[in-house]
Structures are given as structure tokens and as C-alpha cells.
Design a protein around this ligand. Structure first.
Ligand SMILES: *[C@@H]1O[C@H](CO)[C@@H](O)[C@H](O)[C@H]1NC(C)=O
Length: 152
């Protein structure tokens, strides 16, 4: 009996170890290094981010080490879409509810790390996040459907 429990535990551990997880204070978070292909609709999750100092974005923007006010049309993208800074300073078009907004990519929504001061103590991002400033949210209206984004 005890042997079965032991074998089961070993098996469970093997399954857990074979995927990439990050354990922070007892919580397991999946590490995503890739994001879904960009197509319309991408079915991304639009989240609100604060890019100024002391905001929930954590440190300054990854692309240029600057903070920004809520009036800037800027976004952070999940690690996979951010793609090692390859989308830094590039514009993307975000569509929702029949509205389009063009915003600049200035930061990464880290899908591999989180829960520290660098990441505003937020958990690691999922792989389909467009983390947008208030200025981006306003014209789109919430909640939205038929969402998507594309390179502009
Ligand atoms: C993005 O633009 C900023 C300021 O214009 C510049 O400092 C930075 O090097 C640029 N980053 C990339 C990856 O092109």
C-alpha cells in the first residue's frame, strides 16, 4: 500500500518536473516562452497596466528604461510576442468592439518570472497578454469581444 503511494508520488513528481513551472511561495505558475501565432482575432487578454513609477508595472519599461504616464498609447506584450525585444518600439493595432487603437510596444509582460519588485509583485504573465495603458483601453470600451491585435 505504502509502496503504491510512493510510486504514485514519484510519477506525479515526474509529470510536474517535465513541464516548466515556477514555484513561488507554494504556488505553481506555468512558464511560457512562446505565445500563440498572431492572427485576427488572437483571442488575447487585454489587461490594464500602469507604466508610471510606482505603478503596478514594476520597473521602468524594458525597451527604453523609461516610465510613462497613463495618457501614452503603450502596451506590454507576453514574453512570446515580445520576442526578445524584437517588437520594441513597434506599433501594433489592437481591435475590439469594432474600434482600432494603434499603440507602441514598450515593455514585456514577463511569462517566465514574477512576484518580485521588478514585476510589480504580479504573478508571471500568461502567454496571450496585451497589457495596455489606460489611454489604450478608453477608446476600445470594455468588456470587449472579437478582440485581436496585429503588427501595424
Ligand atoms: C527603443 O527606443 C528607445 C528610445 O527611442 C531606444 O533607447 C531603444 O534602444 C529602442 N529599443 C529598441 C530595441 O529598438
Amino acid at each position: 500500500m505504502a509502496k503504491n503511494v510512493f510510486l504514485f508520488s514519484v510519477l506525479l513528481l515526474a509529470v510536474v518536473l517535465s513541464r516548466d513551472f515556477l514555484e513561488i511561495e507554494g504556488e505553481l505558475y506555468t512558464i511560457y516562452t512562446r505565445s500563440p501565432p498572431v492572427s485576427s482575432p488572437t483571442n488575447e487578454l487585454l489587461t490594464l497596466n500602469i507604466f508610471h513609477e510606482g505603478g503596478d508595472g514594476g520597473g521602468p519599461s524594458e525597451c527604453d528604461n523609461e516610465y510613462r504616464s497613463d495618457d501614452n498609447l503603450v502596451v506590454a506584450l507576453s514574453t512570446g510576442w515580445f520576442n526578445h525585444e524584437s517588437r520594441c518600439n513597434k506599433s501594433i493595432t489592437i481591435s475590439a468592439n469594432g474600434h482600432n487603437v494603434v499603440a507602441m510596444v514598450v515593455d514585456e509582460c514577463d511569462s517566465t518570472m514574477g512576484c518580485d519588485s521588478d514585476h510589480g509583485y504580479r504573478p508571471p504573465c500568461r502567454n496571450n497578454i496585451v497589457d495596455a495603458s489606460r489611454a489604450v483601453w478608453e477608446p476600445l470600451g470594455v468588456p470587449g469581444n472579437n478582440r485581436g491585435w496585429s503588427d501595424a
